[in-house]
Design a protein around this ligand. Structure first.
Ligand code: UD1
Ligand code: UDP
Length: 371
């Protein structure tokens, strides 16, 4: 039977991690339909445009400050309707978002097999990351093909009794995307000069790249992070670059505190290529993002992870990342250590990426074609 693969994506990281797979599927002339739920709007469109992915369906579900229950209900309903129309032979979802979870559930209700890209990540705590840990478990319980980025992720699935034959260790497609983006920056003189203004204004300072958006950090956690950044910024020798996530629960707080700070570059979400350039310029990274943890090691940038736990411990084990929580003292203490102690910095600034080798999408498409 001829394959009709339905690829679902809703947020910025899903688009980043799936565009290399979509590209390869199209190159193989597989019947592929792309459905953007647009759980994110501007941030998703930025990636789709850059990657030249034109969705066949756009569900446009995003509403301002959406709640998990309302968002998930609308996603389930609208994705189900797309499945009715497309009648795919297989559905591909990525990661741990509401789109991935409801996409897998809708596929199950329609009795369509599901392939899970970035399977097997587990923190062991259903409230951190929230709601991603449970989203992944739901997808994992439905999928019949699990594309685990690392051996550790594969072991987590085996421990949940997923049969070995259904698990494929592929590497994380984020490294494929990163390599494509790096090449685009290197080959385009305009992109390569994108941040000359920051270099001119802050060239003698060490740049700290900061991203923050996790739901479990909303409220007290975000306050601690903002306070810690203010203390760090008392130093004249650092500048902070902060592409602010548009979620009002973080955007409004960062904007209120840092809009006029002379050593903070407060910017809107950046094109993927521009963000990759920022990563390559940074001295260190402070983040609660999943994807950024996976990218920074390619550039040899130390990452301080503003979470109590991570489902991506490979960076911590490799010595390139350290968990600091959303904790004022640990964020300030570890940042100062990296700024002041050359040996600590050198030990963490190793350029080795434990998450992938840039060939994950090749491996994934091979399995999809053989199914
Ligand atoms: C979502 C995912 C999270 C992922 C993150 C990546 C869920 C439950 N959460 O979190 O797993 O790590 O995306 O960034 O799936 N907004 C805009 N424009 C945009 C995107 C978001 O204005 O392009 C604002 C809207 O007010 C929206 C809010 O951000 O309601 C929250 O978006 P949502 O997708 O629900 O949650 P995220 O925190 O972005
Ligand atoms: N990113 C981007 N522009 C930005 C900030 C981040 O393109 O201004 C990219 C980043 O390189 C990574 C992804 O977005 O690939 C991470 O997305 P996010 O932190 O929103 O989600 P998470 O990975 O935590 O799910």
């Amino acid at each position: 039977m001829k394959q009709r693969i339905l690829v679902l994506l809703g947020t910025r990281p899903e688009a980043i991690k799936l565009f290399p797979v979509i590209r390869r599927l199209k190159a193989e002339q597989v019947g592929v339909t792309v459905c953007a739920t647009a759980q994110h709007r501007q941030m998703l469109d930025q990636v789709l445009k850059l990657a030249k992915v034109v969705p066949d369906f756009d569900l446009n579900v995003m509403t301002p400050n959406q709640t998990l229950d309302n968002l998930s209900a609308r996603l389930l309903y609208d994705i189900g309707a797309v499945m009715e129309r497309v009648k795919p032979t297989r559905v591909v979802v990525q990661g741990d978002t509401a789109t991935a979870m409801t996409g897998a559930l809708a596929a199950y209700y329609h009795r369509i097999p599901v392939s899970h890209v970035e399977a097997g990540l587990r923190s062991g705590d259903i409230y951190a990351p929230f709601p991603e840990e449970v989203n992944r478990k739901i997808v994992g319980s439905i999928a019949d093909q699990h594309f685990a980025p690392t051996e550790r992720a594969a072991r987590a699935l085996l421990a949940e009794n997923v049969p070995q034959a259904r698990i494929h260790v592929t590497g994380n497609t984020v490294v494929d995307a990163l390599i494509l983006a790096k090449t685009m920056v290197e080959e385009d003189p305009w992109m390569a000069r994108r941040w000359d203004d920051i270099k001119q204004r802050h060239g003698n300072r060490r740049l700290i790249l900061v991203t923050c958006h996790r739901r479990e950090n909303f409220g007290g956690g975000v306050q601690n992070i903002v306070n810690a950044l203010e203390t760090i910024l008392n130093r004249e020798d650092v500048a902070v670059v902060l592409p602010v996530h548009p979620n009002p629960n973080v955007r409004d707080i960062f904007s209120a505190r840092f809009a006029n700070h002379p050593r903070v570059v407060l910017i809107s979400p950046q094109e993927y290529t521009d963000f990759v350039s920022l990563l390559s310029m940074a001295y260190l990274v402070l983040t609660d993002s999943g994807g950024v943890q996976e990218e920074a090691p390619t550039f040899g940038k130390p990452v301080l992870v503003m979470r109590e736990t991570t489902e991506r411990p490979e960076g911590v084990e490799a010595g390139t990342a350290r968990l600091v929580g959303a904790d004022y003292d640990r964020i300030v203490g570890e940042t100062f250590r990296l700024l002041d102690d050359d040996a600590t910095y050198a030990a963490m600034a190793r350029s080795h990426n434990p998450f992938g080798d840039g060939h994950a999408s090749e491996r994934i498409v091979k399995v999809l074609l053989d199914a």
